[in-house]
Design a protein around this ligand. Structure first.
Ligand code: ZN
Length: 278
């Protein structure tokens, strides 16, 4: 909480000049790809444009869930501003906050089997099915506890083999920014839940991500763990931060054993490494 107040001066200076406000406070700098915690008055309501959630079909604004005025929003990679609507005693007002653009790495990956880079036609249906499965699980975030305590999700790792946001060039084909952080680690290394939450999806073998777990941490925040060689939890299970849930592997589209650790806010993919700096 005290961090919120320390950052008050920062927020006031970074607000759009037309709409300075001390009614919305942020705990972290506003950067693209960032999960951001904030605070409003417990009596106020906060809204964000539905398109910013990346999973909303409807146009218009979506109410950001709050707990005692605390809230979380995810700022998409490459975003240049954050637009929020605040409802207070006087009515609704829109605020624009400038977002600092970060530089993301370019990553060249060669030697992947060609059918994994350009999936064969007969796999398209499977890939679409798995995509929709993940997307739908991220629509309803109902874990009730608001958490800010994050732990590294694995026992040990040798290096970050691919950071979040890096544009991957797979066998010469440019893809979208990397959706998570890859931690290179030996096969069988223990994988932990990064925070308290509820396991909402377990899949033994997805086309891209192999053995996969998705955890709902509430307030729109999800983490996913991919390429697992073993899964020790089941759907619906409540897990605690640091609890072992799986083992590192190289299932799905992977060139070697590593943990792909993903962070998202209602489908907006975010940089997981930021969690350990909050
Ligand atoms: Zn990855």
């Amino acid at each position: 909480m005290k961090k919120l107040f320390l950052l008050l001066a920062f927020v006031l200076s970074s607000c759009s000049q037309n709409h300075p406000t001390d009614k919305i406070l942020f705990q972290t700098p506003l950067q693209d790809g960032q999960l951001t915690y904030g605070q409003i008055s417990p009596n106020h309501k906060l809204f964000i444009e539905n398109s910013e959630r990346r999973i909303g079909e409807k146009k218009g604004f979506f109410e950001v869930p709050t707990q005692d005025g605390r809230f979380v929003v995810g700022i998409p990679q490459d975003a240049t501003r954050l637009t929020l609507k605040l409802q207070d005693e006087k009515g609704k007002e829109t605020y624009h906050f400038p977002v600092q653009k970060r530089k993301w790495k370019e990553d060249i990956v060669n030697g992947l089997p060609s059918q994994k880079v350009q999936p064969p036609k007969e796999e398209q249906e499977r890939i679409m099915h798995e995509y929709l499965l993940m997307r739908d699980k991220r629509k309803v975030s109902d874990y009730p506890q608001f958490t800010q305590d994050w732990l590294l999700p694995l026992e040990r790792f040798s290096r970050i083999s691919s950071p979040f946001g890096s544009r991957r060039i797979l066998n010469g084909i440019v893809t979208q920014g990397h959706s998570g952080t890859d931690y290179a680690a030996p096969e069988g290394t223990a994988v932990f839940a990064a925070a308290d939450g509820k396991v909402v999806l377990v899949h033994p073998d997805m086309f891209y991500t192999g053995g996969t777990i998705l955890i709902d941490h509430g307030f729109g925040v999800y983490t996913n763990y991919c390429h697992l060689s073993r899964i020790d939890v089941s759907e619906g299970q409540i897990v605690k931060a640091g609890e072992p849930i799986a083992a590192v592997g190289s299932t799905g589209r992977a060139t070697g054993p590593h943990l792909h650790f993903g962070l998202s806010w209602y489908g907006v993919r975010l940089n997981p490494e930021d969690l350990f700096k909050i």
